[in-house]
Design a binder for this molecule. Structure first.
Ligand code: P6P
Length: 330
């Protein structure tokens, strides 16, 4: 049972971080500063996301990222904002981002490696659907002051010291864990502060919501087709926003399972292990949920490459277990 940390509704994020600093790994203050730097960047991105329709930053910018997705201008802007905040903050020694082909060695004394998807679900920007930032924090393995090594950026999810997401939705929320449970903060833009609104978040052990893009169902594996049929036989509700952070957050609060399985188009799954699945898997497990690739625990997977993809089953423990049983039975 992870030790519950000091919480009181209405605490600001800054106060919360300060009150619980001794709970963080290596209680040295750097991780606290890192979390503040991430929160700061999210405030800047939030302002731009909320104005997306007003200033000419809509639509694709013409370039593509490693995933081959058209880079929407906000994608590029968000990457710049987070990269700049984390570089200036000085606590990050290296950055891995969906928007950058290789990792960036910041050549400083930063003890941490940040893996980030600065703006996930950006195809939803133009249609005003919620989008999100996903981040993951590791302690670098190689000595500070030496060049960043592959071992620093290809760590298993279990090595994370912090992870979380920002959801730019009807309200903007920052949800994160440092391995002592999960806490959610809601942003008050007129004050520029995040306030603790969801202390000690727990994902319901079971649920009745499944989030899958059934448009790809013809190419699902037999066990995946069987699980989908099981959900229908149980009269579960289908909810698929097409924005991972939004679907994940709803399941965190209401219970449910999000699945992006292997498909013909993405035989290894579409989502990225290092800066999407590991972060959300850490949050899910810390809230009592589960995350697998259908068979194995996400946080145990050893990454081989920076942008590698994985099938992703995440949500209420009993739902992920059931889907896994059907995989095993195949
Ligand atoms: P599909 C958005 O591009 C994203 O990375 C996730 O946010 C979302 O859940 C998924 O891909 C949607 O993919 O293939 O269902 O459109």
């Amino acid at each position: 049972e992870s030790s519950r940390i000091a919480v009181s509704i209405g605490t600001t994020l800054d106060r919360f971080i300060k009150n619980n600093q001794d709970q963080f790994a290596y209680a040295s203050g750097e991780l606290s500063q890192l979390l503040r730097d991430i929160a700061l960047a999210s405030k800047v991105v939030n302002r731009e996301v909320n104005k997306a329709g007003l200033i000419d930053i809509m639509g694709a910018v013409g370039s593509q990222n490693t995933a081959g997705d058209d880079q929407q201008k906000l994608d590029v802007l968000a990457n710049i904002r987070f990269t700049r905040a984390l570089t200036k903050g000085g606590e990050a020694g290296a950055l891995v981002s969906e928007e950058m082909d290789s990792f960036i060695d910041l050549s400083n004394d930063g003890k941490y490696v940040i893996a980030i998807d600065p703006l996930d679900g950006s195809s939803n920007i133009d249609v005003n659907v919620s989008i999100g930032t996903i981040f993951s924090v590791y302690r670098r393995k190689s000595p500070v002051g030496t060049p960043i090594q592959e071992e620093d950026v290809l760590q298993t999810g279990d090595e994370q010291v912090a992870a979380g997401y920002v959801l730019y939705g009807s309200s903007t929320m920052l949800v994160y864990t440092t391995g002592h449970g999960v806490n959610g903060f809601t942003y008050e833009p007129t004050l520029g502060e995040y306030f603790l609104s969801h202390p000690d978040m727990r994902m319901p052990m079971d649920g009745k919501i499944y989030s899958v893009n059934e448009g790809s169902a013809n190419s699902f594996s037999e066990p995946m087709k069987a699980y989908l049929q099981y959900c229908k036989d149980q009269r579960y509700t289908a909810r698929y926003i097409g924005s991972l952070v939004a679907d994940f957050h709803r399941n965190m609060l209401k219970g449910g399972i999000y699945i992006y399985p292997a498909t013909a188009k993405d035989p290894k799954g579409k989502l990225r292990l290092i800066y999407e699945c590991n972060a959300l898997a850490f949050v899910a497990e810390q809230a009592g949920g589960a995350a697998t690739n259908g068979r194995e625990r996400i946080l145990s997977l050893t990454p081989e490459t920076l942008h590698q993809r994985t099938a992703f089953y995440v949500g209420s423990q009993k739902m992920v277990e059931k889907a896994g049983e059907m995989e095993e039975a195949s």
